[in-house]
Design a protein around this ligand. Structure first.
Ligand code: ADP
Ligand code: MG
Length: 729
């Protein structure tokens, strides 16, 4: 064991920085070369086919077979020129990753030879043998199968020698089996609802896009050290390991200069990302040692979701060139910061207006306020569901740990916006306004941008913060597929916008002037959603108490939080916006319960194994060494001197024994708890039982192992330590 450890540490220390040759070209010269984007479509499709596809994407129309054939022909020509030999439908099943099945372009021709074949049919649909993807019982292996269907709104691209076609994944009976199907429906719902509200302000708005910029945090670990840690290999997090003497307490890692080997890695994965049209802009060192962040320029939400998942894949792949492993786990190391994926979200019109950005005219700002308060009210109304969209076994270890927000879904809007909302609440009444009052109110509303300019308020403790022209949903975990939270958020806001339109129209029908009607509804929503606003420190204990009084729920159990997907309120929401039906909701929630169970189950097996087959034998070895030493002392010195000399060693032998006894007993009990729990068949109950009766053992066992780590001879210890994992770069 110890030999492996030393070899690993030695390997890690001998890594030379890998310099990636800077591409000789400017980024813009090769940006998107591996993507079948608009520019390539122009070149490889007839004008008629190009216009047809564009119209279908724009209006969300179905692409017919004839058009699909034309696109396939163009796509094939481009892909073959690029050296592609295979194609694959790429989709997001309900696992943590993506799926792809490669098929070669080849087909027999009439003379028994080979031709490259790729038709509209191949492009539009593929039937992977999908029986092994989780569906939560929707698709039984013996009946309905699943198929993938082309999503033309996300362009095809080439990785290696494979043409990848982004697709959705559904069952033959029509149920969604992936993350993307409900997302696309939610994006279409918010588009329609937002366009309807924009009608009050600007008739030129015919399309509203949801936008997403996701900041991705991650850790890098040297691969030699990684492979000497079964917990990292199997669970992506360290299940044991005593804190390093120094970690992040000096705040010397955040934004510090990027180590050479790391910057070599960053440069290479950025280059690959640029070739795939992923607009990465920001990179920096994060708070914890060996923790980093990458952020793109925001994009239309569906594309941003695809790009984020693709980016994670690229990063994992490229890291190996630099002898690193990327950890996206939300809490790979105990006691230091974990990793999130801040989802920056907004709404953008086809006319180029950001609906969550104050403008320079009263009209634009009334529009801005309408969208702002609708978002506040939606988050308030669906706080439980929003939380459910981001909880997981991993994220539960990060949230609420005084480094990331608690599981109370409050919204921070900043002092300035807060006081504007408070003022509107007082100044608008249900009485008819005088022309003077109205003019004055509009003028004041028109001044919002000037005030906001110097509003640099940042509250890092809030799970959901307004940052001047967008909301930043910070509770999202680093491994999470953004499609889940983005589906929930866009659906909730869509429903709220529909309601807003109804409420305003109701007043207009009662002869209230449009502006006044809008102001009155805004005021109502400000009052309704007041309790969701919180400007203070979300980490504080006082807030947890106050939140309760305000009716904000604080659910820390992953299982209880997930129940929100199945509440009557959530079911109504998803049904009203036609996103997911009851069967689909139940199916995907079961998948989440099951995923929780399996994660904890694997962690529990791994720590049991590390404890019994790595730690205990080494602890016994060291203990034997100490006992030999005590015996030697006794032989060398007389009885009275021996007592003085050997006392502390005898204590140590005893302590080691106690820890070993504890570890063995707890592992045995944990295995028993697992056995009992495994017999439960209901997915929710099983997950809940795993949380209650298995999970606590992991921490318990760890405690004793970490104590032993501090006592046992460093040369014998079988696992790379925190100081090695965190500081080897
Ligand atoms: P910080 O860490 O200070 O919050 P970053 O620069 O790391 O900021 O990330 C901000 C993210 O927000 C970027 O991905 C950026 O593109 C994104 N963003 C900016 N404006 C919008 C918008 N209107 N809609 C969605 N995302 C946005
Ligand atoms: Mg950032």
């Amino acid at each position: 064991m110890a030999i492996i450890r030393f070899q690993a540490v030695h390997d890690a220390n001998s890594r030379k920085p890998v310099f990636t040759e800077a591409p000789s070209k400017k980024t813009s010269d090769y940006y998107g070369i591996n993507v079948f984007d608009k520019e390539k479509m122009q070149r490889y499709l007839s004008q008629e086919a190009y216009d047809g596809v564009m119209e279908c994407i724009e209006k969300g129309l179905k692409i017919d077979r004839r058009l699909a054939d034309k696109v396939a022909t163009g796509m094939k020509a481009w892909a073959l020129e690029m050296g592609a030999t295979h194609y694959s439908h790429w989709f997001h099943p309900l696992t943590d990753g993506t799926a792809e099945k490669h098929d070669a372009f080849i087909e027999y021709n009439e003379f028994g030879g080979m031709v490259e074949m790729f038709s509209g049919w191949h492009l539009a649909q593929q039937e992977p043998d999908a029986s092994s993807f989780p569906s939560g019982g929707i698709r039984n292996t013996f009946e309905a199968r699943g198929y993938t269907a082309w999503d033309p709104s996300s362009p095809a691209y080439i990785v290696g020698n494979t043409l990848s076609i982004p697709t959705i994944f559904v069952s033959y009976t029509g149920e969604a089996l992936d993350h993307k199907t409900p997302l696309l429906k939610a994006l279409s719902a918010i588009d329609k609802a937002a366009v309807d509200v924009c009608e009050y302000f600007d008739k030129n708005v015919t399309k509203v896009y949801s936008t997403l910029g996701s900041e991705q945090e991650y850790f890098l670990v040297d691969e030699a050290l990684y492979f000497a840690r079964p917990d990292l290999v199997m669970t992506d997090r360290t299940l044991v390991g005593h804190a390093s003497e120094k970690d992040q307490q000096l705040d010397d890692h955040y934004f510090s200069s990027i180590p050479e080997r790391v910057s070599g890695f960053m440069r290479e994965f950025e280059t690959e990302a640029y070739k795939l049209g992923i607009p990465l802009r920001t990179r920096h060192n994060e708070v914890a040692p060996n923790q980093y962040e990458v952020a793109p320029i925001f994009e239309e939400c569906n594309l941003a979701v695809d790009h984020n998942v693709l980016l994670m894949d690229i990063m994992k792949r490229i890291a190996r060139h630099h002898h690193f492993i990327v950890l996206f786990h939300e809490k790979p190391f105990k006691g230091i910061n974990g990793s999130g994926k801040h989802n920056n979200w907004s709404l953008m019109t086809n006319t180029g207006v950001n609906l969550l950005s104050p403008g320079n005219k009263p009209k634009t700002n009334i529009q801005f306020l309408s969208f702002l308060v609708c978002t506040l009210r939606a988050v308030y109304a669906h706080q439980d569901l929003i939380r459910a969209s981001i909880v997981s076994a991993g994220n539960a270890l990060r949230l609420g740990g005084n480094e990331a927000p608690p599981l109370i879904m409050s919204v921070f809007v900043g002092n300035k916006i807060s006081s504007i909302l408070d003022e509107l609440e007082v100044r608008v009444t249900s009485k008819k306004m005088t022309p003077d009052e109205k003019t004055e109110l509009k003028l004041d509303v028109g001044k919002i941008p000037k005030i906001l300019l110097d509003n640099t308020d940042r509250n890092r403790t809030s799970p959901f913060a307004f940052t001047g022209d967008r909301f930043e949903f910070r509770a999202v975990g680093a491994t999470t597929n953004c499609a889940a939270p983005m589906t929930v958020l866009n659906t909730a806001v869509a429903q709220q916008l529909v309601q807003f339109k109804k409420d305003v129209d109701y007043l207009i029908n009662k002869e209230v002037k449009k502006d006044e009607a809008i102001f009155q509804v805004i005021r109502k929503y400000i009052i309704d959603s007041k309790n969701v606003r919180f400007e203070g420190n979300s980490y504080s204990e006082e807030w947890h108490k106050e939140a309760k009084k305000k009716g904000l729920t604080h659910i820390t159990s992953v299982i209880d939080a997930l129940d929100a997907y199945l509440s009557a309120k959530s079911k109504r929401l998803f049904k009203s916006q036609k996103i997911l039906n009851e069967k689909e909701l139940e199916g995907r929630t079961d998948v989440r319960f099951d995923n929780y169970t399996k994660k904890v189950q694997i962690e529990s097996r791994v720590i049991g194994d590390i404890a019994l087959s790595q730690v205990v034998p080494i602890a016994i070895d060291y203990q034997t060494k100490l006992m030999d030493n005590v015996r030697g002392l006794k032989e060398t010195f007389g009885q009275s001197e021996f007592k003085k000399l050997a006392g502390s060693r005898q204590e140590l032998i005893k302590t080691i024994s106690e820890h070993i006894t504890n570890i063995k007993a707890k592992v045995r009990d944990m295995i028993e708890a697992r056995k009992t729990t495994n017999s439960i068949s209901n997915a929710r109950e099983k997950a809940s039982q795993y949380a209650a009766s298995v999970l606590p053992y992991i921490e318990d066992i760890r405690y004793h192992i970490d104590k032993l780590e501090q006592i046992v001879d460093n040369e014998l210890w079988p696992l790379p330590k925190y100081r090695e994992l965190l500081f080897s770069r």
